[in-house]
Design a protein around this ligand. Structure first.
Ligand code: NAD
Length: 278
């Protein structure tokens, strides 16, 4: 078993972004909008701010009350779209229940949509056209490339079908000629499927969803899940028992997580270039 060291690869990407930012005329500027008081969101926002600062990206965080109306939020986004000093906009999910996520995301200018969730960017991804790719699937593909994994003809399963992770990673692997199965909460006999797979990507958020009996000898396992169990962070994979059976596996923490942050930084610079290098 070889560990897929996301920490190490992310470090390299971060230092490349830092050099790139140094050479830019202006500092790229990311606006983070966080609505409500979700504790996990707070820690994600803080780590994104810190990562930006470390590579010279400017951030502004707007923390809005839980009872902010959707209309007010969309108005703030529209003002940020018009503000030439803001290059990238990130609306931290989840939003409060009274808001329609899709309407809020689609209010962002697609060129400033750093998370790649706007319908234009999701459509471009589907069509294999250049656009902003969500940071987590982008990071997973970079891990796969860093370890020279050729996906051609491989049987791959993606567990989870969110627009943030599951669907985009399935499309990206399909573009690399893998034979992709997408599983989700209504899938029957998940273990019968996973046992046949050369590559397993789990993006569910359920500890020990993937156990040793579900994994083929020599499979590559990418664990996207983040779960808090008794004060520690674990993935979806029962790592201790599964790892030895795999050819390559991502640890949690230290696998996909750091790559997500590194690719978010890359996406900020990409948004900057859309606006400044016209
Ligand atoms: P989500 O809640 O939007 O989607 C979860 C998916 O899991 C759904 O599509 C659902 O159908 C599927 N699912 C639920 N129960 C299942 C089951 N028993 N069997 C098979 N499928 C099942 O979540 P998301 O935003 O896609 O995130 C998924 C996980 O990845 C979460 O733990 C999240 O914290 C984590 N995540 C990690 C990173 C990272 O950088 N490592 C980034 C984003 C998300």
């Amino acid at each position: 078993m070889y560990l897929i060291d996301g920490k190490e690869i992310a470090k390299k990407i971060r230092s490349e972004v830092k050099e790139e930012v140094k050479a830019l005329k202006k500092k790229p500027h990311l606006l983070v909008i966080w609505v409500g008081n979700d504790l996990a969101s707070q820690s994600y926002v803080t780590s994104k701010e810190k990562a930006c600062k470390n590579v010279g990206i400017e951030t502004t965080t707007l923390h809005l009350d839980e009872d902010t109306s959707q209309r007010e939020l969309i108005q703030i986004i529209q003002e940020a779209n018009q503000n030439s000093n803001i290059h990238a906009i990130l609306v931290q999910m989840p939003l409060p229940n009274h808001m329609d996520e899709r309407k809020v995301i689609d209010a962002i200018d697609p060129k400033k949509d750093v998370d790649g969730l706007h319908q234009v960017n999701q459509g471009k991804l589907m069509l294999n056209m250049p656009g902003i790719i969500p940071a987590t699937p982008k990071g997973i593909m970079k891990l796969i490339d860093a370890y020279n994994v050729d996906l051609t003809g491989k049987n791959a399963i993606v567990i989870g079908r969110s627009m943030l992770v599951g669907k985009p990673i399935a499309i990206l692997m399909l573009q690399r000629n893998a034979t992709v199965t997408i599983a989700h909460s209504k899938t029957k006999n998940l273990s019968e499927l996973t046992k046949q797979m050369d590559v397993i990507v789990s993006a569910v958020g359920k500890p020990k969803l993937i156990t040793v009996d579900m994994v083929k000898e020599g499979a590559i396992v990418i664990d996207v899940g983040i779960n808090r169990v008794l004060g520690t962070i674990v993935g979806d994979v029962d790592y201790l028992s599964v790892a030895d059976k795999t050819s390559r596996i991502t640890p949690v923490p230290g696998g996909v997580g750091p790559m997500t942050i590194a690719c978010l930084l890359e996406n900020v610079v990409e948004c900057y270039r859309f606006l400044e290098d016209k």
